[in-house]
Write a new protein. Structure first.
Ligand code: SF4
Length: 1020
């Protein structure tokens, strides 16, 4: 029985702690503000004057900002919001931390959570989300050393391996989560992976020596392992031999622990389970019955953990005459037989993960593959408690990577990492030592209150002495900007909706499909790729944003089946969806209901942070890049082509240059003469791709440089296309693998997408292309374009390029849309809509009028601001009408592109097209159209609000430039002229369109009459 909370005494309340000048939010959290109820804060504010309002206001803001995104609830996945934190002294004189919490979205129904003993040190703050495990009596939770757990930020799922590694150094664990790519792949890791796979195959088949040989042979031959061997410069035969040395131990383990007729033949072990109660006899025999899953991936939103269990096994524990059956995690280790605290801790954490799927295993098994020795690891409360407390500390560090001072205007800064440890032995073998020293020097040592253990100072100096102050500043700034951006993205990346929101609710956003059942057999494409087909249990697929190629997470609709697998949509139609998944789900019952959730694509900051860290390394390549990029060393060029071209290549090069236009030839020459880098400004449609393809090349994306070929080869040139759209540290990635580089882009088009306002203000949207453009001698321009006809091109010339753009030929300049059925459509429109009396219709559909702006001012077409964003239903209807007519007139749907700046508008247009049975017309944002074109482009500007707030998206003239340069033959712009005139770039464009008499006013209520026309059109 739990006791009632003791009477409390207020520990302290002093104006010093409420310190007006350097008051920090954390002090606020830890000071006893006596916020037993929020109302008390009001009294406090009055007694201490206005200055005391700051923390309360900040708390209020924090709650208000997050409440719309927060899901609070009770039950097994309870999510509490912390309203106040008090430190108090109980009658025994020991301290307790009291949290006022609520699980109600309205913030009413408050409960109390009392943290005792070591739980007092959990760094929880007002505004935080926590999950509680234990009992709640009379609205009071008590978490102490014997009972209950508190999970801080439970929706942040941290891997068991990371938490186990934090035992020795929390800083290393946090750095490894942050600079993931700095933990290099090694021979030992490869051998470990191969051995795991061989064991996993054997446990599902046979441990007979000849079978083991066969599995080893197959596994070593697998293409992904061969690639890794190539990367690490390893010999396949050597790897196979080393793997074979382990195989006898595999067989020994199977002989010892599997398939025994008599339990007495099993090795004796020591294991007490909590459910054994006071039974002092810990001696038992353990028998592994079968393997139930391999690499079982589990997410636990209860404990804030995630992980993959090597093998999930069914086990019989024989003790005397009694036998218990348990399903347990079996962890395989290939290194030294340490039976270390890290290894055991990992298993304890896996027992927590297992509870998401099945009954508490109470223990796990640790198997060292070199010897075949297996150790049972009991998971007792004390171990779980200490590991969850470590997890909380780590979650706190990862969550608070940025520190904001309480003084509003002070700059946002990177927060210090957990302390450097003074353990030379651990540091000596630490894979993060470079980042540890770099972060200390570039970030922490710039802080007033930094402290570094004296013994570590020489090591830090040694690791960073090759760096100048400018380099440290560049690292620190980009680290800050990337962290800020990741925090914006994390909101999206965080998959918490999977466990906090039912699929039926999320379907409305278009990013989820629920109520799916598996049809047909699962097809194995190769190891780790399985083709699954799903259909809705009842009826057709809902309207969705999911498209072929989208990354998805597949879960069961039941809470025990979160995130079963990851993969891609291969095909989607009205009745079914086909996905390529990384796990074969045929073991689940046919009746299992599934859901698909779209996985955010752009949230990777591991790669840019890894590149940034690499840029700071003490290597020749990194030093050259630092000189050029950070210190702006002038790029060098050779004077004569003859000095760089081999004699026998001259004719070939001359022949290639002959096929190019003048600016393209100049660009090619510049590239060939460069010793460092060249920037090619590729205006829209100017044949950048042709120019790039003229050079011989190995092609990849900036994120695809993990291919083994890049680890072994240095290229003459690296060419980065669309470089003005790529963030600096992402763009860096491929540059490490070449002697010279070429950036192709156009800073008059869209810059890198940066979601975080603060990161943008700090300069994160400056691409490497833009940064280096200050060296004018490295820049060449491509001005002859082959996309737009002359009228469409003239808009961009007026808006952006000051007349520099030219058409590549008369054919390009005079090209118009071909509408083979236009005559019939014209007749229909005459009949339904007085076509000949509607000048705007003549203008908009006539192929010889390539540009037209339709003004909706008189219709009118007001915008709507809803939960999903800004939209304009009237514009959407007009767009659908125009699209349908063009298709009827003979235009292929795939030749039409619709652009709108807001997602909600895209969704509405998509819905209307879907219901009008118009398929294959691409509806997308401007950003998605960069680098591409269509024969007809229709743009819906959405904003129609003459004196309301201006949206950010339309203020960017680069975005407008991209929108008006995508159409080859026909560009139709739709919007409210008086509203759009308030945006400077659009004002300039409208002024030009007006002077050319290209703006047409739509009559009042036009969309209504057109809807009738459209209905009749579709019925015919
Ligand atoms: S170098 Fe030492 S202090 Fe730094 S992260 Fe590694 S183990 Fe920790």
């Amino acid at each position: 029985m739990r006791t009632a909370p003791p009477k409390l005494a207020l520990l302290f309340l002093s104006s010093e702690l409420l310190g007006f000048s350097d008051f920090t939010w954390r002090q606020f959290a830890f000071s006893a503000l006596a916020m037993a109820q929020l109302e008390e804060l009001e009294l406090l504010k009055k007694s201490l004057g206005e200055e005391a309002e700051r923390p309360a206001e900040r708390f209020q803001k924090k709650v208000e900002a997050s409440i719309s995104k927060m899901v609070l609830n009770g039950g097994i996945d309870n999510r509490y919001l912390v309203l106040a934190v008090n430190i108090l002294q109980n009658e025994e004189g020991t301290h307790e931390k009291h949290l006022i919490i609520t699980a109600s979205q309205s913030l009413e129904n408050k409960e109390l959570c009392i943290l005792r003993n070591d739980w007092c040190s959990v760094p929880v703050e007002p505004g935080d989300i926590i999950h509680l495990e234990g009992d709640c009596l009379s609205d009071t939770w008590i978490i102490d050393e014997d009972f209950g757990y508190l999970i801080l930020y439970p929706d942040m799922l941290i891997s068991g391996t990371s938490i186990a590694s934090s035992i020795r150094c929390m800083r290393r664990a946090v750095l490894s989560e942050t600079f993931r790519s700095s933990d290099p792949a090694t021979r030992q890791m490869l051998i470990g992976t191969v051995l795991h796979e061989v064991f996993q195959k054997a446990i599902s088949n046979s441990f007979a020596p000849e079978k083991l040989q066969e599995f080893a042979f197959q596994t070593v031959q697998e293409i992904r392992h061969l690639k890794e061997m190539y990367r690490l410069n390893l010999n396949q035969e050597e790897i196979k031999q080393e793997v074979e040395e382990y195989l006898p131990s595999f067989s020994k383990w199977a002989r010892d622990f599997m398939h025994k007729y008599n339990s007495a033949d099993l090795p004796q072990m020591q294991l007490s389970l909590p459910s054994d109660g006071n039974n002092n006899n810990s001696t038992c025999n353990i028998e592994v019955i079968n393997s139930l899953d391999i690499e079982e991936s589990i997410w636990s939103p209860r404990f804030g953990l995630k992980g993959k269990i090597d093998v999930t096994v069914g086990v019989k524990i024989h003790r005397g005459y009694k036998t218990k059956y348990k399903i347990m995690p079996l962890e395989l280790k290939t290194g030294k037989e340490l039976n270390s605290i890290e290894h055991r801790s990992q298993l304890v954490l896996y027992t927590l993960l297992s509870q998401e799927r099945r009954a508490d295993p109470e223990a796990g098994l640790l198997l060292y593959l070199k010897t075949g020795h297996m150790y049972p690891v009991p998971a007792n409360h004390l171990d779980k408690r200490e590991l969850l407390r470590l997890r909380n500390q780590m979650a706190f560090s990862l969550f608070h990577r940025i520190s904001k001072s309480a003084i509003e205007k002070e700059k946002t800064k990177l927060a210090p990492l957990p302390q450097i440890i003074e353990d030379q032995q651990t540091c000596k073998y630490c894979s993060q030592i470079g980042n540890c020293a770099l972060y200390s020097r570039a970030v922490e040592q710039q802080m007033d209150d930094s402290s570094v253990p004296i013994g570590m100072l020489p090591k830090i100096e040694e690791e960073t002495q090759h760096l100048k102050l400018t380099h440290l500043e560049y690292f620190s700034l980009w680290c800050l900007m990337l962290t800020l951006e990741s925090q914006s993205k994390d909101n999206k990346k965080n998959h918490q909706h999977i466990w906090l929101m039912p699929a039926s609710e999320l379907e409305e956003s278009g990013n989820c499909i629920g109520n799916l059942i598996r049809t047909e057999c699962v097809k194995t494409v190769c190891d780790g790729q399985y083709l699954h087909n799903f259909r809705r249990k009842n009826g057709d697929m809902p309207v969705t944003n999911l498209m072929a190629g989208d990354r998805i997470i597949l879960s069961g609709e039941e809470r025990t089946l979160f995130a079963l697998s990851r993969g891609y949509v291969k095909d989607i139609n009205v009745t079914s969806v086909t996905c390529l998944l990384d796990r074969n789900l045929s073991i689940l019952p046919e009746s299992t209901l599934f859901r698909l959730d779209q996985e955010e694509k752009t949230c990777d900051i591991d790669t840019p942070l890894g590149n940034l860290s690499k840029l700071m390394e003490n290597t020749c390549v990194s030093q050259k890049l630092r000189d050029l990029i950070i210190d702006f060393r002038e790029p060098q060029f050779t004077s004569y082509l003859s000095s760089v071209l081999p004699y026998d290549a001259k004719d070939t090069v001359a022949c290639i240059l002959k096929g190019l236009n003048k600016p393209q030839r100049q660009a090619m020459k510049k590239v060939l003469l460069s010793k460092d880098y060249t920037l090619i400004v590729g205006m829209p449609g100017t044949g950048k791709t042709t120019t790039i393809c003229t050079l011989r090349i190995v092609a990849t994306t900036c994120m695809g440089i993990n291919h083994p070929i890049f680890s072994r080869k240095t290229f003459d040139f690296c060419i980065v296309d669309e470089a003005s759209q790529i963030s600096q540290p992402v763009c860096l990635g491929p540059l490490f693998f070449s002697r010279r580089f070429v950036l192709v882009g156009d800073h008059q088009q869209l810059p890198p997408l940066v979601l975080n306002r603060e990161a943008r203000a700090l300069g994160m949207s400056e691409s490497l292309f833009k940064r280096l453009e200050r060296n004018e001698n490295a820049v060449v321009q491509l001005t002859v374009q082959y996309r737009m006809n002359s009228q469409i091109m003239s808009l961009s010339n007026k808006l952006t390029y000051e007349g520099k753009l030219e058409c590549g030929s008369d054919k390009v300049a005079n090209a118009v849309i071909s509408l083979p059925n236009f005559k019939d459509v014209k007749l229909d429109l005459e009949f339904y809509a007085d076509y000949s009396e509607n000048p705007w219709m003549i203008r908009v559909f006539e192929p010889n009028n390539p540009v037209c702006f339709l003004n909706t001012d008189k219709v009118p077409a007001p915008e709507q601001a809803e939960k999903g964003g800004v939209s304009n239903i009237t514009e959407a209807k007009l767009i659908v009408f125009l699209t349908s007519v063009f298709i009827k007139a003979g235009c292929k749907p795939s030749d039409i592109g619709i652009i709108a700046p807001y997602r909600q508008q895209l969704k509405i247009i998509n819905d209307l097209l879907f219901h009008s049975s118009v398929r294959m017309v691409e509806v997308n944002t401007v950003d998605k159209y960069q680098g591409r074109d269509k024969s007809i482009i229709l743009v819906s500007f959405v904003r129609s609000n003459k004196d309301g707030p201006l949206g950010e998206l339309l203020k960017d003239w680069r975005r407008l430039n991209v929108a008006i340069t995508r159409a080859k033959h026909k560009l139709i712009l739709l919007g409210c002229v008086p509203s759009l005139n308030r945006y400077p770039p659009l004002g300039k464009l409208l002024h030009h369109l007006n002077s050319e008499k290209l703006i047409m006013d739509l009559p009042s209520e036009e969309h209504e009459s057109l809807c009738h026309v459209l209905g009749d059109f579709q019925r015919r």
